[in-house]
Design a protein around this ligand. Structure first.
Ligand code: RFL
Ligand code: PHB
Length: 395
């Protein structure tokens, strides 16, 4: 063992969940160290989420991370659903919840978080290999990792597992304790980023050729996705083919307005629903994608990571400030209630908007009827808008 360090909370994973947790804890006098497997440039360059719930925006502003987001983010009333032969339908968060959504990229949030951690000398150890968690059910857990071929140890009071779906934290919980729930979808999303002015709305398109999504990052940065086969290869999708297919899935007048250009990023994401229960094992607490995955159709993944971190930071702060474990004890149950709501919405929207390989004409009629019901019923609209905008955090 080359070195031993001590901190209050060892945070595994320097994605949005881990960085935000460490930022909020610091603001409340709780020490942490973040261990991240990848390099900083790799983490910052990952292109992922784009749509933030009002609760996420409020929390980021409250903890001092709102300045650039409020300046550069794109506020909007809700997300539209377009369906050939039917009127545009808006999931109207503003009308039904009084609050607006925000388009602001995960890349920008991660940059803001790094800037905030740097400003106060926050400790983030990059390229930490072979992270292992030890003695999680004792009162003295510790974490080991290797860096520059040296094995290092961090003693701590608690471990926060914020290391995403492929991390080590969830796998440190014995199989006899952990229960997992999973659903794989028989398709993926092919996404591109292009330096072109975005379509003015964020739009989910349903089409017999498959689902398509128009989104944005800034006035000169567009993000588009199309549903594709799970085994799709990027080389099969030169830009020109992507644009042709995207436009074919949008209503004609929308397609005519889409500005195309060379892609600056192109990637494929599989669609999966996954939940691990409980989100706690002894002194290990899971947050974000480490504990749950949603298909991106509801734009919930990052928002859930933020709400987990809200609950978890509150629990740690209560322990250190008031010597009480009420929130720590209820963390898993409370976080999971919100997780399952988002799982249900994401699953439902995925089913509504995609084409499934074994769909029958019956399935398609059911989908059409679902949309017609939404378009006709103010109550259905209010229910969807409330869920899309995100349920309030529990007291
Ligand atoms: P992350 O971002 O995966 O970060 C985990 C970090 O842990 C590191 N790590 C380890 N570190 C140390 N030791 C190990 N053994 C480790 N193993 C892993 C990783 O390198 C990484 O840096 O999880 P986190 O922080 O929980 O954040 C979750 C979000 O990234 C994710 O939920 C969203 O991106 C999901 N998502 C969306 N969410 C939204 O709220 N709104 C959206 O509009 C939205 N769009 C999307 C999305 C995800 C997508 N993909 C790529 C699946 C669109 C797409 C296409
Ligand atoms: C995105 O902008 O990347 C985005 C928007 C809405 C979604 C998923 C991703 O549902």
């Amino acid at each position: 063992m080359s070195g031993v360090m001590r901190t209050q909370v060892a945070i595994i994973g320097g994605g949005p969940a881990g960085l935000l947790l460490s930022h909020i804890l610091h603001g409340n006098g709780v020490e942490s160290v973040v261990l991240e497997r990848r390099s900083r440039s790799h983490v910052v360059q990952r292109i992922r989420a784009g749509v933030l719930e009002p609760g996420t925006v409020e929390l980021l502003c409250k903890v001092g991370l709102g300045e650039r987001m409020m300046r550069e983010g794109h506020r909007h009333d809700g997300v539209a659903i377009r369906w050939t032969g039917r009127d545009r339908f808006l999931i109207d968060a503003k009308k039904y919840t009084g609050k607006r959504m925000m388009a602001y990229g995960q890349t920008a949030i991660t940059e803001d978080l790094y800037a905030a951690r740097d400003a106060v000398g926050g400790q983030i150890i990059h390229e930490a290999q072979n992270v292992q968690l030890h003695d999680l059910t004792s009162s003295e857990p510790f974490v080991t990792y290797s860096k520059d071929e040296q094995i290092q140890r961090i003693d701590c009071d608690y471990v926060a597992g914020c290391d995403g779906f492929h991390g080590v934290s969830r796998h440190s919980i014995p199989g006899s304790v952990l229960r997992t729930f999973e659903k794989q979808y028989p398709f993926a999303w092919l996404g591109i980023m292009s330096a072109t002015p975005p379509f003015p709305d964020i739009v989910y398109c349903h089409h017999e050729r498959g689902f398509a999504l128009a989104s944005m990052r800034s006035p000169m940065l567009s993000r588009y996705y199309i549903q594709c086969e799970v085994d799709t290869k990027l080389e099969e999708w030169p830009d020109e083919r992507f644009w042709r297919e995207l436009k074919a899935r949008c209503p004609e007048e929308m397609a005519a307005q889409i500005v195309t250009g060379p892609s600056i990023e192109k990637s494929i994401a599989p669609l999966r629903s996954f939940v691990a229960e409980p989100m706690r094992y002894g002194r290990l607490f899971l947050a974000g994608d480490a504990a749950h995955i949603v298909p991106p159709t509801g734009a919930k993944g990052l928002n859930l990571a933020v709400s987990d971190v809200y609950y978890l930071s509150r629990a740690f702060i209560e322990v250190y400030r008031e010597d009480r474990t009420r929130y720590l004890e209820s963390y898993s149950t409370m976080a999971l209630r919100r997780v399952w709501s988002a799982e249900r919405l994401s699953w439902w929207l995925t089913n509504l908007l995609h084409r499934f390989p074994n769909d029958t004409p019956f399935d398609e009629r059911i989908r059409e009827n679902q949309l017609d019901y939404l378009a006709a019923s103010k109550r259905a609209q209010a229910s969807l808008a409330e869920q899309y905008a995100g349920l309030p955090f529990e007291e």
